[in-house]
Design a protein around this ligand. Structure first.
Ligand code: SF4
Length: 348
Protein backbone atom coordinates (compact mmCIF):
# COMPACT_ATOMS: atom_id res chain seq x y z
CA UNK A 1 0.00 0.00 0.00
CA UNK A 2 1.38 3.41 -0.97
CA UNK A 3 1.41 6.14 1.69
CA UNK A 4 0.82 9.85 1.08
CA UNK A 5 4.11 11.80 1.41
CA UNK A 6 4.78 13.15 4.88
CA UNK A 7 4.39 16.88 5.30
CA UNK A 8 7.09 18.87 7.04
CA UNK A 9 4.94 20.51 9.71
CA UNK A 10 6.28 23.24 11.99
CA UNK A 11 6.27 22.69 15.74
CA UNK A 12 8.22 24.94 18.08
CA UNK A 13 10.29 23.25 20.80
CA UNK A 14 13.04 24.31 23.18
CA UNK A 15 15.58 22.19 21.28
CA UNK A 16 14.48 23.58 17.89
CA UNK A 17 14.95 27.12 19.18
CA UNK A 18 18.35 26.19 20.66
CA UNK A 19 19.44 24.79 17.29
CA UNK A 20 18.41 28.01 15.48
CA UNK A 21 20.20 30.15 18.08
CA UNK A 22 23.36 28.05 17.79
CA UNK A 23 23.73 28.11 14.01
CA UNK A 24 21.14 28.89 11.36
CA UNK A 25 22.87 26.69 8.78
CA UNK A 26 22.68 23.78 11.21
CA UNK A 27 19.00 24.60 11.67
CA UNK A 28 18.39 24.44 7.91
CA UNK A 29 20.28 21.15 7.58
CA UNK A 30 18.38 19.61 10.53
CA UNK A 31 14.82 20.71 9.82
CA UNK A 32 14.73 21.29 6.05
CA UNK A 33 17.75 20.04 4.10
CA UNK A 34 17.51 16.54 5.58
CA UNK A 35 13.74 16.28 5.08
CA UNK A 36 12.75 13.23 3.02
CA UNK A 37 16.34 11.93 3.18
CA UNK A 38 15.37 8.73 4.98
CA UNK A 39 15.81 5.43 3.15
CA UNK A 40 13.16 4.08 0.80
CA UNK A 41 10.86 1.62 2.57
CA UNK A 42 8.15 -0.87 1.66
CA UNK A 43 5.46 1.83 1.71
CA UNK A 44 7.10 3.97 -0.95
CA UNK A 45 9.36 1.68 -3.02
CA UNK A 46 9.48 4.08 -5.96
CA UNK A 47 10.46 7.17 -4.02
CA UNK A 48 13.64 8.86 -5.24
CA UNK A 49 15.86 10.04 -2.40
CA UNK A 50 17.65 13.30 -3.03
CA UNK A 51 21.42 12.72 -2.41
CA UNK A 52 21.87 15.91 -0.40
CA UNK A 53 18.86 15.11 1.79
CA UNK A 54 20.15 11.55 2.27
CA UNK A 55 23.56 12.78 3.42
CA UNK A 56 22.10 15.41 5.74
CA UNK A 57 19.68 12.85 7.17
CA UNK A 58 22.60 10.53 7.92
CA UNK A 59 24.65 13.32 9.54
CA UNK A 60 21.67 14.49 11.58
CA UNK A 61 21.64 11.15 13.44
CA UNK A 62 25.27 11.46 14.58
CA UNK A 63 25.83 11.83 18.31
CA UNK A 64 29.00 12.52 20.24
CA UNK A 65 29.80 10.12 23.09
CA UNK A 66 28.64 12.52 25.85
CA UNK A 67 25.26 12.89 24.09
CA UNK A 68 25.08 9.17 23.41
CA UNK A 69 25.36 8.51 27.15
CA UNK A 70 22.15 10.52 27.60
CA UNK A 71 20.39 8.48 24.90
CA UNK A 72 21.51 5.17 26.44
CA UNK A 73 20.23 6.18 29.89
CA UNK A 74 16.91 7.48 28.51
CA UNK A 75 16.32 4.41 26.33
CA UNK A 76 17.12 2.02 29.19
CA UNK A 77 14.65 3.77 31.49
CA UNK A 78 11.99 4.10 28.79
CA UNK A 79 12.14 0.43 27.90
CA UNK A 80 12.12 -0.67 31.55
CA UNK A 81 9.00 1.39 32.26
CA UNK A 82 7.20 0.30 29.07
CA UNK A 83 8.08 -3.35 29.34
CA UNK A 84 7.94 -4.02 33.07
CA UNK A 85 5.52 -1.36 34.29
CA UNK A 86 5.56 -1.34 38.11
CA UNK A 87 7.51 -4.64 38.35
CA UNK A 88 10.77 -2.91 37.47
CA UNK A 89 13.93 -5.05 37.26
CA UNK A 90 16.69 -4.53 39.81
CA UNK A 91 19.37 -1.86 39.45
CA UNK A 92 21.86 -4.60 38.58
CA UNK A 93 19.76 -5.87 35.64
CA UNK A 94 19.21 -2.32 34.34
CA UNK A 95 22.89 -1.44 34.68
CA UNK A 96 23.85 -4.45 32.59
CA UNK A 97 21.22 -3.54 30.00
CA UNK A 98 22.56 0.03 29.74
CA UNK A 99 26.17 -1.15 29.48
CA UNK A 100 25.18 -3.52 26.64
CA UNK A 101 23.40 -0.74 24.75
CA UNK A 102 26.43 1.53 25.08
CA UNK A 103 28.91 -1.07 23.84
CA UNK A 104 26.54 -2.07 21.02
CA UNK A 105 26.40 1.58 19.87
CA UNK A 106 30.19 1.72 19.74
CA UNK A 107 30.36 -1.53 17.75
CA UNK A 108 27.71 -0.31 15.29
CA UNK A 109 29.67 2.89 14.75
CA UNK A 110 32.95 1.08 14.24
CA UNK A 111 31.35 -1.32 11.76
CA UNK A 112 29.50 1.53 9.98
CA UNK A 113 26.22 -0.35 10.36
CA UNK A 114 24.48 2.99 9.83
CA UNK A 115 25.21 2.51 6.11
CA UNK A 116 22.36 -0.06 6.20
CA UNK A 117 20.01 2.35 7.99
CA UNK A 118 21.10 5.72 9.40
CA UNK A 119 18.48 5.75 12.15
CA UNK A 120 18.38 2.14 13.26
CA UNK A 121 22.08 1.94 14.04
CA UNK A 122 24.24 4.29 16.10
CA UNK A 123 26.61 6.64 14.37
CA UNK A 124 29.03 8.21 16.83
CA UNK A 125 30.85 11.43 16.03
CA UNK A 126 34.24 10.22 17.27
CA UNK A 127 34.34 7.26 14.83
CA UNK A 128 32.61 8.98 11.91
CA UNK A 129 35.13 11.81 11.92
CA UNK A 130 37.94 9.69 13.36
CA UNK A 131 38.64 12.25 16.05
CA UNK A 132 39.13 12.15 19.84
CA UNK A 133 38.75 8.38 19.79
CA UNK A 134 38.35 7.26 23.40
CA UNK A 135 40.93 5.02 25.08
CA UNK A 136 39.80 1.80 26.81
CA UNK A 137 40.10 3.71 30.06
CA UNK A 138 37.83 6.51 28.83
CA UNK A 139 35.24 3.96 27.69
CA UNK A 140 35.34 2.34 31.14
CA UNK A 141 34.74 5.77 32.71
CA UNK A 142 31.75 6.38 30.42
CA UNK A 143 30.30 3.00 31.42
CA UNK A 144 30.82 3.79 35.07
CA UNK A 145 28.91 7.06 34.65
CA UNK A 146 26.05 5.34 32.85
CA UNK A 147 25.79 2.62 35.49
CA UNK A 148 25.89 5.14 38.32
CA UNK A 149 23.02 7.14 36.76
CA UNK A 150 20.92 4.04 36.16
CA UNK A 151 21.50 2.79 39.72
CA UNK A 152 20.62 6.24 41.13
CA UNK A 153 17.40 6.19 39.16
CA UNK A 154 16.34 2.67 40.14
CA UNK A 155 17.28 3.03 43.83
CA UNK A 156 15.79 6.47 44.34
CA UNK A 157 12.81 7.24 46.60
CA UNK A 158 11.16 8.86 43.56
CA UNK A 159 10.92 5.44 41.93
CA UNK A 160 10.35 3.26 44.96
CA UNK A 161 7.98 5.47 46.92
CA UNK A 162 6.14 7.21 44.11
CA UNK A 163 6.44 5.75 40.61
CA UNK A 164 5.94 2.09 41.52
CA UNK A 165 3.59 2.79 44.40
CA UNK A 166 0.11 1.29 43.96
CA UNK A 167 -1.48 4.77 44.24
CA UNK A 168 0.39 6.14 41.20
CA UNK A 169 -1.71 6.36 38.03
CA UNK A 170 0.72 6.43 35.12
CA UNK A 171 -0.21 8.86 32.42
CA UNK A 172 2.60 8.83 29.85
CA UNK A 173 6.08 7.51 29.00
CA UNK A 174 8.05 9.51 26.40
CA UNK A 175 4.78 11.23 25.70
CA UNK A 176 4.47 13.75 22.84
CA UNK A 177 2.06 16.59 23.55
CA UNK A 178 1.25 19.22 20.93
CA UNK A 179 -0.52 22.48 21.72
CA UNK A 180 -0.88 26.03 20.47
CA UNK A 181 0.39 29.25 22.00
CA UNK A 182 -1.62 31.80 20.05
CA UNK A 183 -0.96 30.62 16.49
CA UNK A 184 2.37 28.92 17.22
CA UNK A 185 2.23 25.09 17.28
CA UNK A 186 4.42 23.69 20.08
CA UNK A 187 5.59 20.16 20.83
CA UNK A 188 6.99 18.76 24.07
CA UNK A 189 8.15 15.22 24.79
CA UNK A 190 7.68 14.33 28.45
CA UNK A 191 9.90 11.56 29.88
CA UNK A 192 7.31 10.33 32.35
CA UNK A 193 4.22 11.56 34.17
CA UNK A 194 1.69 10.24 36.62
CA UNK A 195 -1.34 11.30 38.60
CA UNK A 196 -1.13 11.10 42.38
CA UNK A 197 -4.33 11.19 44.46
CA UNK A 198 -4.78 14.07 46.87
CA UNK A 199 -7.74 15.27 48.95
CA UNK A 200 -7.65 18.53 46.94
CA UNK A 201 -7.76 16.69 43.59
CA UNK A 202 -5.30 14.61 41.58
CA UNK A 203 -1.79 16.03 41.29
CA UNK A 204 0.11 15.61 38.02
CA UNK A 205 3.79 14.84 38.62
CA UNK A 206 6.01 15.36 35.57
CA UNK A 207 9.46 13.74 35.61
CA UNK A 208 12.39 14.70 33.46
CA UNK A 209 15.51 12.50 33.54
CA UNK A 210 18.60 14.69 33.24
CA UNK A 211 22.01 13.25 32.44
CA UNK A 212 23.79 16.62 32.33
CA UNK A 213 24.13 19.48 34.80
CA UNK A 214 21.53 22.06 35.80
CA UNK A 215 20.91 24.76 33.16
CA UNK A 216 18.46 27.65 32.74
CA UNK A 217 16.95 26.02 29.59
CA UNK A 218 16.01 22.95 31.65
CA UNK A 219 13.66 25.04 33.72
CA UNK A 220 12.14 26.68 30.61
CA UNK A 221 11.53 23.23 29.21
CA UNK A 222 9.83 22.04 32.40
CA UNK A 223 7.58 25.08 32.45
CA UNK A 224 6.65 24.30 28.84
CA UNK A 225 5.66 20.80 30.07
CA UNK A 226 3.46 22.32 32.78
CA UNK A 227 1.82 24.54 30.12
CA UNK A 228 1.22 21.49 27.92
CA UNK A 229 -0.47 19.71 30.84
CA UNK A 230 -2.65 22.71 31.50
CA UNK A 231 -3.69 23.24 27.87
CA UNK A 232 -4.00 19.65 26.61
CA UNK A 233 -4.70 17.59 29.74
CA UNK A 234 -6.79 20.36 31.38
CA UNK A 235 -4.76 19.94 34.55
CA UNK A 236 -4.88 23.09 36.72
CA UNK A 237 -1.34 24.47 36.81
CA UNK A 238 -1.47 24.80 40.60
CA UNK A 239 -1.94 21.00 40.78
CA UNK A 240 1.25 20.20 38.88
CA UNK A 241 4.64 19.20 40.27
CA UNK A 242 7.62 19.31 37.91
CA UNK A 243 10.51 17.04 38.85
CA UNK A 244 13.86 17.36 37.09
CA UNK A 245 15.97 14.39 38.19
CA UNK A 246 19.71 15.09 37.84
CA UNK A 247 20.83 11.46 37.76
CA UNK A 248 24.54 12.22 38.15
CA UNK A 249 23.76 13.76 41.56
CA UNK A 250 22.69 10.43 43.05
CA UNK A 251 19.47 8.88 44.41
CA UNK A 252 18.12 12.16 45.74
CA UNK A 253 19.24 14.32 42.81
CA UNK A 254 15.73 15.47 42.01
CA UNK A 255 13.84 18.67 42.74
CA UNK A 256 10.12 19.03 43.26
CA UNK A 257 8.62 22.28 42.06
CA UNK A 258 4.90 22.98 42.37
CA UNK A 259 1.92 21.90 44.46
CA UNK A 260 2.69 22.07 48.21
CA UNK A 261 6.47 22.02 47.63
CA UNK A 262 8.98 24.44 49.13
CA UNK A 263 9.58 25.73 45.60
CA UNK A 264 6.28 26.60 43.94
CA UNK A 265 5.61 27.06 40.22
CA UNK A 266 6.36 30.66 39.39
CA UNK A 267 3.59 32.11 37.22
CA UNK A 268 5.99 34.85 36.07
CA UNK A 269 8.18 32.14 34.45
CA UNK A 270 5.10 30.59 32.81
CA UNK A 271 4.39 33.99 31.29
CA UNK A 272 8.01 34.48 30.22
CA UNK A 273 8.03 31.10 28.46
CA UNK A 274 4.73 31.92 26.76
CA UNK A 275 6.11 35.27 25.60
CA UNK A 276 9.27 33.62 24.30
CA UNK A 277 7.20 31.13 22.30
CA UNK A 278 5.02 33.95 20.94
CA UNK A 279 8.04 36.03 19.91
CA UNK A 280 10.66 33.47 18.83
CA UNK A 281 8.17 30.83 17.73
CA UNK A 282 6.33 33.30 15.46
CA UNK A 283 9.66 34.22 13.87
CA UNK A 284 10.53 30.57 13.19
CA UNK A 285 7.00 29.88 11.96
CA UNK A 286 7.27 32.76 9.45
CA UNK A 287 10.62 31.41 8.23
CA UNK A 288 9.04 27.97 7.88
CA UNK A 289 6.25 29.35 5.73
CA UNK A 290 8.25 31.76 3.62
CA UNK A 291 11.86 30.78 3.17
CA UNK A 292 12.62 27.32 4.50
CA UNK A 293 13.57 25.93 1.09
CA UNK A 294 16.47 28.31 0.51
CA UNK A 295 19.74 27.51 2.36
CA UNK A 296 21.16 30.89 1.31
CA UNK A 297 18.91 32.54 3.88
CA UNK A 298 20.45 30.55 6.74
CA UNK A 299 23.96 31.83 7.56
CA UNK A 300 26.82 29.78 9.01
CA UNK A 301 27.58 30.62 12.61
CA UNK A 302 30.54 32.93 13.06
CA UNK A 303 31.51 31.03 16.17
CA UNK A 304 33.62 28.29 14.56
CA UNK A 305 34.11 26.66 17.99
CA UNK A 306 30.59 25.29 17.49
CA UNK A 307 31.77 23.49 14.35
CA UNK A 308 34.24 21.34 16.27
CA UNK A 309 31.50 19.06 17.55
CA UNK A 310 28.87 19.66 14.86
CA UNK A 311 27.72 16.56 12.94
CA UNK A 312 27.34 18.60 9.72
CA UNK A 313 30.93 19.87 9.66
CA UNK A 314 31.71 17.61 6.67
CA UNK A 315 29.27 19.55 4.47
CA UNK A 316 30.29 23.00 5.70
CA UNK A 317 33.95 22.23 5.10
CA UNK A 318 33.22 20.96 1.57
CA UNK A 319 31.28 24.17 0.93
CA UNK A 320 34.21 26.10 2.38
CA UNK A 321 31.61 27.97 4.45
CA UNK A 322 30.46 29.76 1.27
CA UNK A 323 26.79 30.66 0.82
CA UNK A 324 25.59 28.00 -1.64
CA UNK A 325 22.22 27.17 -3.16
CA UNK A 326 20.66 23.75 -2.72
CA UNK A 327 21.71 22.82 -6.29
CA UNK A 328 25.29 23.93 -5.65
CA UNK A 329 25.41 21.94 -2.42
CA UNK A 330 24.06 18.89 -4.25
CA UNK A 331 26.66 19.11 -7.04
CA UNK A 332 29.37 19.49 -4.43
CA UNK A 333 28.27 16.26 -2.77
CA UNK A 334 28.04 14.46 -6.13
CA UNK A 335 31.46 15.73 -7.27
CA UNK A 336 32.98 14.46 -4.05
CA UNK A 337 31.30 11.11 -4.56
CA UNK A 338 32.61 10.92 -8.15
CA UNK A 339 36.12 11.89 -7.11
CA UNK A 340 36.10 9.17 -4.45
CA UNK A 341 34.88 6.66 -7.06
CA UNK A 342 37.56 7.72 -9.59
CA UNK A 343 40.24 7.51 -6.92
CA UNK A 344 39.11 4.01 -5.98
CA UNK A 345 39.05 2.92 -9.63
CA UNK A 346 42.55 4.31 -10.27
CA UNK A 347 43.81 2.16 -7.43
CA UNK A 348 42.56 -1.03 -9.06
S1 SF4 B 1 29.73 23.02 11.03
FE1 SF4 B 1 29.53 25.02 12.00
S2 SF4 B 1 28.66 26.36 10.45
FE2 SF4 B 1 28.34 24.24 9.80
S3 SF4 B 1 26.33 23.74 10.52
FE3 SF4 B 1 27.74 23.07 12.06
S4 SF4 B 1 27.90 24.76 13.49
FE4 SF4 B 1 26.96 25.55 11.64
Amino acid sequence: MKRAPLKNEFRWSVSRQACFDECQKKYWYTYYGSWDGWPVNAFDPNRKVDPLAALLYRLKQIQSLPLFIGSVVHETIEEALKKHHKQLPSAEVLRLDARKRFLKGIEESKEKKWLDHPKKFSNLFEWYYNTNLPTEEAIATYIERIEQMIASWRNSPAINQVIIDAKARWSGIEQNIEFLVDSVPVIVVIDFMLFWPNSEGDILIIFDWKTGGERKENIEQLYAYAMAAQIKLHQPIDKVVITPFYLAQGVTGYKKIGFKQTETLDLKIVEEVQNKIRKEGSKLLAIHKESSQDPLLFPYTENREKCLSCPFVEVCKKANYEPLTREELTSLILVNKETRKEKAESLL
